[in-house]
Design a protein around this ligand. Structure first.
Ligand SMILES: Nc1ncnc2c1ncn2[C@@H]1O[C@H](COP(=O)(O)OP(=O)(O)OP(=O)(O)O)[C@@H](O)[C@H]1O
Length: 205
């Protein structure tokens, strides 16, 4: 599904990683590990197509994403560390806007909001919600998108135990339906996902 081919990234004269190669297939979950500043977010942004590698290429279904970005973007759901939620808007307004720009019709949001513990908070400006509730608003997209590839930067941040459990359950459903997940997290996922793969970036000086 996804091939990272000889990818190199240099920031401020520091080579974060060089000649990096790995693949992710349908039904697989992969954790990017490594210390602060190693380049995990930089790599996820390259994989999402937001920045270009200094060398190498990202292939999706054997095609370079740089040339076929429109097709790739339809298959990709990226949720960054900064979640892209507009904090001036309510949860429902955020989700409706996201559905609209992605060309999805609006389903009954209530069951999803209920699952994520957001009922009663759906019309409150997101800035007035707690950090964990704000994260939950961002994660609603995982219940609405039909993207095959999820690229998620620290999706568990600020979530409580029940939030973590819901998210892990959603990951399992996505993997079982043939999706793939690439994520960074400090959460130990090995007990929940026995087939978890890990790519570790070392800090390079
Ligand atoms: N846009 C940028 N311009 C210059 N340097 C950058 C830029 N983005 C990231 N860096 C640098 O690249 C390095 C790697 O940053 P990155 O955010 O990818 O690390 P990370 O592994 O995700 O770290 P953390 O675990 O702290 O989130 C850092 O030293 C950072 O200062």
């Amino acid at each position: 599904m996804l091939h990272i081919k000889s990818v190199t990234c240099i920031k401020q004269d520091r080579c974060l990683f060089a000649d990096l190669n790995f693949s992710l297939n349908n039904g697989q979950i992969m954790q990017l590990a490594g210390p602060n500043g190693a380049g995990k977010t930089s790599l996820l942004r390259i994989i999402a197509g937001f920045s270009a590698p200094d060398e190498g290429a990202i292939l999706y279904q054997e095609l370079p994403i740089s040339k076929y970005y429109e097709e790739y973007a339809r298959e990709l759901l990226f949720i960054g560390h900064k979640t892209g939620v507009n904090t001036q808007l309510s949860a429902v307004e955020n989700v409706s806007h996201w559905l609209q720009i992605n060309g999805y019709s609006e389903p009954d949001l209530y069951p999803i909001l209920a699952k994520l513990g957001l009922v009663g908070l759906e019309d409150v400006p997101v800035r007035m919600l707690s950090a964990g509730q704000q994260r939950r608003v961002a994660l609603v997209r995982l219940w609405l998108s039909d993207a095959k590839l999820w690229v998620l930067d620290e999706p568990f941040t600020a979530l409580d135990k029940s939030g973590v459990a819901f998210l892990q359950q959603r990951f399992t459903e996505h993997l079982q339906s043939g999706g793939a997940i690439l994520l960074t997290t400090h959460q130990d996922l090995t007990t929940h996902f026995s087939n978890l793969q890990t790519v570790t970036l070392e800090y390079r000086h």
